[in-house]
Design a protein around this ligand. Structure first.
Ligand code: AMP
Length: 128
């Protein structure tokens, strides 16, 4: 499957240094920064530096070094912002939206790290 990556998306601009960000963590292959419109007391986005549209694109085409770095960066962020249970935190939720049904706004893979309050049930009950 061909994945089309738009290098004019806002996270690509952040990675090129064209737009500022409030960085939480930078690693060889990943960047984490605070969401500009937080939906919880803790709301951090973790992105790979490579040009991947969404999670399935990344999982199919990223190198093992990128995948390992990204997985570890997400876990490290949970500790840094003190939401990791048993590491000064009360818990967190990871969300990665993809495509139209997922209501993805920015077409560069990002993992939302949410916490700092009880987040409620994951989704409303599906009954139709
Ligand atoms: P999604 O709907 O999953 O694509 O989420 C995109 C997220 O990016 C939203 O939570 C936005 O608030 C966030 N966002 C958009 N522009 C910026 C920016 N310049 N810096 C930080 N977060 C941003």
């Amino acid at each position: 499957m061909a994945y089309a990556y738009d290098d004019q998306n806002i996270f690509a601009k952040i990675l090129r240094g064209e737009i500022p960000n409030n960085t939480v963590l930078e690693t060889d292959h990943s960047l984490a920064f605070h969401d500009i419109q937080p939906q919880a007391p803790v709301h951090v986005l973790v992105i790979p530096k490579g040009p991947y549209v969404n999670y399935d694109h990344f999982a199919a085409q990223a190198s093992e070094a990128e995948i390992t770095d990204y997985a570890r960066a997400i876990g490290e962020v949970c500790k840094l912002v003190e939401v990791a249970p048993g590491n000064d935190g009360d818990g967190y939720r990871l969300i990665s939206n993809a495509g139209e049904a997922g209501v993805q706004e920015v077409p560069h893979l990002h993992m939302h790290v949410l916490g700092g309050r009880v987040l409620g049930r994951m989704l409303k009950k599906f009954d139709d």
